[in-house]
Design a protein around this ligand. Structure first.
Ligand code: FAD
Length: 449
């Protein structure tokens, strides 16, 4: 008999509670990854995410192989593929770490029932968040809508557990079921191959993730608090894709930062924002589609002007900070947080383009594209989110550039020609138009008496 570990958003061997539980059964263990793009409600991955996934799976497969086991790759609806893999592997048990999106939870709950009915021992574990979303509740028993009390409540819960050790050996069963070839999944771009900049910037997979965590806490954590807002400073952790794909657990990051000490508090609070985004998605599964504040449903978006959307996507708005960010995104699959805020605000407020279009573009182009953090932050910037920046706070990309890229290093690196591009909108006039639209929305959504 053997145990199947179904890897999902946890592409690592260290601090993996499902894998640890499987190993504790003292039976051979097989890893499984299912590429499921067809189950109801599952959001297909964007291009940059597919690139990352390919490399991270290759790395996980090699790591399991090195330790004596194997990673099965299967494609299709998980509800069918997982029971088939269990049968093929002759497994008597399945373990996985939980997912928190509604479509994923539905798949997992259904599988639990089916497999258990067939006599398979199924266990699920907490492996992707510091605090389970349902454990953090207001005094009234409801989910939080505001970050500060949410985070305060988290800090009053038992502290995040210490990371589990990495397994040295993973025994494989005698019977080795068939697996797809990773290359046949075509996760990598063909022609044109746009991934040059991604290859230059990133080394996906658990070893690269752990190396970056060590380097960050040793070299950058102490200066994080002061330099984190400057996009040219290289002061942030760059751990978001590692957390997104679970090459690191938040517990590993948490304890590594705490052990280093200085500067950790601010950094830990940022991990708190990731927790809050997932807490919010758990309470509002349609976060990527529906305004959290329903009054925003009455907001009048002008008819889409594709020329403006394309200029934004291509980093040709004539506003250097925005253009630098959008080009960094296109080339590397990443953008600094301060610039994400400025670029998102510019799209929603100065171009008055629905935040959902920006969210979709980020979803397609970010290597850290995250089902919770992406829509959560877009709604935060748009003003429609739960604990959102008020709509009337319009980031001014020129002032933001002066303040956070005073020496112009970031803009020079990514968009040195942008200052020569004629601005596609006037900042003051477009700001005014946005605020007027906001006023109309408020008037229209006020209950009539
Ligand atoms: P650090 O500053 O080193 O922070 C450490 C970790 O804390 C990050 O890796 C991340 O996991 C978490 N974190 C930090 N800030 C936030 C935040 N505002 N919300 C949630 N988690 C946070 N982050 C994603 O991981 N995926 C996304 O798809 C995503 N989309 C975004 C869209 C917009 C419009 C905006 C404004 C922000 C978005 N963010 C997203 C949040 C943030 O920009 C990135 O997490 C951060 O830039 C990643 O860089 P870092 O790892 O160096 O961050």
């Amino acid at each position: 008999m053997s145990t199947l570990v179904w890897f999902r958003d946890d592409l690592r061997l260290a601090d993996n509670p499902a894998l640890r539980a499987a190993l504790n059964r003292d039976e051979p263990v097989v890893g499984l990854y299912v590429l499921d793009e067809v189950s109801p409600g599952i959001r297909p991955l964007g291009g940059a995410a597919r690139w990352w996934l390919h490399h991270s799976l290759a790395s996980l497969g090699a790591a399991l192989h090195e330790r004596g086991s194997t990673l099965l790759l299967r494609r299709g609806p998980a509800a069918q593929v997982v029971p088939q893999a269990v049968a093929d592997a002759g497994a008597s048990a399945v373990a996985w770490n939980r997912r928190y999106g509604a479509p994923e939870r539905a798949v997992d709950a259904g599988l639990k029932d089916v497999l258990r009915a067939g006599g398979v021992d199924v266990r699920s574990f907490a492996g992707s968040l510091l605090f389970e979303p349902w454990e953090v509740r207001t005094g009234g028993g409801t989910p939080f809508r505001v970050f500060t009390p949410f985070w305060r409540a988290c800090r009053h819960l038992p502290a995040p557990r210490h990371p589990l050790p990495e397994p040295r050996h993973v025994r494989r069963p005698r019977r080795s079921p068939g697996t797809d070839e990773l290359a046949n999944w075509r996760l990598l771009p063909g022609a044109p191959d746009w991934a040059d900049g991604l290859r230059e910037r990133w080394r996906p997979g658990e070893p690269g993730a752990r190396a970056r965590l060590r380097e960050f806490v040793k070299e950058d954590l102490a200066g994080y608090d002061t330099a984190r807002d400057e996009p040219a400073a290289g002061a942030t952790s760059l751990l978001s894709p590692r957390l997104r794909w679970g090459e690191l657990s938040p517990q590993q990051v948490w304890h590594a930062a705490l052990a280093e000490g200085g500067g950790a508090d601010r950094f830990l609070t940022e991990l708190g924002w990731r927790e809050f985004a997932w807490h919010t998605l758990y309470a509002h599964p349609d976060l990527a589609a529906a305004n959290l504040q329903p009054e925003f449903d009455a907001f009048e978006w002008p008819r889409l002007r594709p020329r403006l959307l394309h200029a934004w996507q291509q980093g040709r708005t004539g506003y250097p900070l925005v253009d630098a960010g959008m080009r960094e995104l296109w080339r590397t699959g990443f953008m600094h947080n301060r610039v994400r805020m400025a670029a998102a605000s510019f799209l929603v407020k100065n171009l008055r383009i629905d935040w959902r279009r920006g969210e979709q573009w980020f979803w397609d182009t970010l290597v850290d594209a995250d089902a919770a953090s992406n829509p959560f932050n877009w709604q935060w910037v748009a003003g429609s989110g739960a604990d959102a920046a008020p709509y009337f706070r319009v980031f001014n990309p020129v002032l933001q550039q002066r303040r956070f890229d005073a020496a112009g290093r970031y803009v020079q690196e990514w968009a040195p020609d942008s200052a020569g591009i004629e601005p596609i909108v006037d900042l003051a006039a477009s700001r005014r138009a946005a605020l007027d639209a906001y006023d109309r929305m408020r008037r229209n959504s006020r209950p009539r008496t």
